[in-house]
Ligand binder design. Structure first.
Ligand code: PMT
Length: 401
C-alpha cells in the first residue's frame, strides 16, 4: 500500500549545510505524498539554496526572518508549532544542533522547536571531526534524551573532499524515517506484553532497605512503546517516581519476591516478556521488626539470594513465547550476556554497559548491544524510547518462529 501523508502538516527546518540542496528532494517527496509542508530556513541556508526554490516546491511561503510582518493576527510561530504533525531539521549543522541543545530561540528553527508538541526528526550533516567531537555528541545526546529522533549520518565523501562519517542520509531514507514517526506501527495489536521495570527494595527493618540505582526509565519506555504499538501491556514496577505510562496495566511492587509473584501471575498467555528491571540479587536474611539501633560496634548483615525472576519465567516458557533479558554489566559485556542468555533461557539479551557515557541507570539515553548465541548487534547511543522500539522490533521478528 502506498503511504499517504494527506492531512499532515510537516515543518522542515533547513540549516546552513551544503546538503541543503538534497532537502529540496525531501520536500518534493513529502508534498507528493500529500503533506502540507512549510519550510523554515536559517540565513546561512539561504546562501546555499534560494528560499524561492522551497517556496515553489512546497507551495507555501518560506520563513527566514523572525521579525517579519505576519500573515495572520496571531503569533505565527506559535500557530505553526501547534499545527505541526512533524518537525524535520535537515541538514542539522553542528551549530543548529548546539542551539537546539542549548534551548536557544535565535531563528525560526530553534523557536519552532521550542513550541512543537509533535515528534522531531533531526538529520545531522557536517564534517566528520565536527560530528565526532564530544561537544556535538553531548548535544545530540541531549536531543535524543528529549525523545527526538536523531538519524545517524552516513560515511562517505564530505564537502571538504575528505572521507568520514558526516554525510546526510539520502532523501529517501529521511522520508522513510518521517513516515515511521508519523504512522506509528500497530504490530503488537492483540499481543500481550509483560515488562518489568525499576529497582526493588529489600527491607532490613521498618525504615531501611537495600536497593540500586534503577529509576524505571528503561522499563517505562518499553511499556509505553509496546502500548503505542497496540499491545495489551502489564508493567510490573518496583518503586519509581515516574508517572505511570497511560494505557498499561500497572502492578506496583516493592521487593523482588513480590515482583516474582506478580510476574508469575501475568506470564501465562504473554507473547513477549522483557526484564528491564534491576531486581536485587540478595535480600537481608532477617527482617528486624523494630528499627536496628546503633550498638557502638561493627554490624554484619547476612544476605540470602533472591529468586532469579527471568530465569524462573524462562523455565516456564511455552513455544511461541519470547523472553528478553537485560544484562547490566561493568566488564566483559558480550561474554557475560551470553552466560545470561543461557541461564535465563532468553531469546536474546540486551547487554547494557552501565559504565558507558549516556547509558544505564537514570539516563534518558542508552547504548545497548543485542546478544544471541550466534550474533552481536551493537546499537548507537539512542533515547530510551528508541531503544525500546528497537527491542520490540527484534522481539516481534522472533514471534512468528
Ligand atoms: O531503570 P533505569 O534507570 O532506566 O536503568 C535501566 C537499567 C540499567 C536498569 C536497564 O537498562 C538494565 O540494564 N536492566 C537490567 C538490570 C539487571 O538487574 O541486570 P542483571 O544483569 O543483574 O540481570 C540480568 C537479567 O535478570 C535482567 O533482565 C534482570 O531484570 C533479571 N533479574 C535480575 C535479578 C533478579 N533477581 N531477577 C531477575 O529477573
Amino acid at each position: 500500500m502506498t503511504p499517504t501523508l494527506q492531512g499532515k502538516c510537516i515543518l522542515v527546518g533547513v540549516s546552513g549545510g551544503i546538503a541543503a540542496y538534497k532537502v529540496v528532494e525531501v520536500v518534493s517527496r513529502l508534498v507528493k505524498l500529500g503533506a502540507s509542508v512549510h519550510v523554515l530556513m536559517t540565513r546561512a541556508a539561504t546562501k546555499l539554496v534560494a528560499p524561492l526554490t522551497f517556496q515553489a516546491i512546497s507551495g507555501n511561503p518560506v520563513r527566514v526572518e523572525l521579525m517579519q510582518e505576519q500573515t495572520t493576527g496571531h503569533v505565527d510561530h506559535v500557530n505553526l508549532s501547534h499545527q505541526a504533525d512533524l518537525l524535520i531539521i535537515a541538514p542539522a549543522t553542528a551549530n543548529t544542533i548546539a542551539n537546539l541543545a542549548g534551548g536557544h530561540a535565535s531563528d525560526w528553527i530553534t523557536v519552532v522547536a521550542l513550541g512543537v508538541r509533535c515528534p522531531v526528526l533531526v538529520v545531522p550533516a557536517m564534517e566528520a571531526e565536527m560530528y565526532a567531537h564530544p561537544l556535538t555528541q553531548r548535544n545530540i545526546a541531549t536531543l535524543t534524551g528529549l525523545g527526538w529522533r536523531v538519524m545517524e549520518p552516513e560515511e562517505g565523501r564530505l564537502a571538504s573532499g575528505l572521507y568520514g562519517k558526516g554525510r546526510m542520509p539520502e532523501p529517501e531514507a529521511i522520508v522513510a524515517e518521517a513516515l515511521k514517526l508519523l504512522q506509528p506501527r500497530r504490530d503488537l495489536e492483540g499481543r500481550r506484553v509483560l515488562i518489568t521495570a525499576g529497582t526493588t527494595w529489600e527491607a532490613l527493618d521498618p525504615v531501611r532497605f537495600i536497593s540500586n540505582r534503577s529509576t524505571g526509565k528503561m522499563g517505562y519506555a518499553l511499556a509505553a512503546a509496546a502500548a503505542a504499538r497496540g499491545a495489551d501491556v502489564t508493567l510490573v514496577s518496583g518503586p519509581s517516581s515516574l508517572p505511570k505510562p497511560p494505557g498499561v496495566r500497572f502492578v506496583g511492587v516493592e521487593s523482588c519476591l513480590q515482583m516474582l509473584e506478580a510476574c508469575l501471575e501475568a506470564f501465562p498467555g504473554t507473547d513477549i516478556t522483557v526484564g528491564a528491571a534491576a531486581p536485587a540479587d540478595y535480600r537481608p536474611a532477617v527482617y528486624h521488626e523494630q528499627k536496628i539501633k546503633r550498638q557502638g560496634q561493627r554490624l554484619v548483615l547476612e544476605l540470602v539470594e533472591n529468586p532469579d525472576i527471568m530465569a524462573e519465567l524462562g523455565r516456564r516458557k511455552r513455544p511461541g513465547q519470547v523472553t528478553v533479558a537485560f544484562a547490566a554489566e561493568t566488564a566483559n559485556l558480550v561474554e557475560n550476556a551470553r552466560a545470561k542468555l543461557v541461564a535465563k533461557n532468553a531469546d536474546f539479551v540486551v547487554a547494557n554497559d552501565v559504565t558507558a557515557e549516556g547509558a544505564g541507570f537514570g539516563t534518558d539515553t542508552n547504548r545497548v548491544t543485542f546478544v544471541t548465541a550466534t550474533e552481536v548487534e551493537e546499537l548507537p547511543l539512542l533515547s530510551k524510547a528508541e531503544v525500546a522500539d528497537r527491542i520490540l522490533d527484534k522481539a516481534v521478528s522472533l514471534l512468528g518462529r
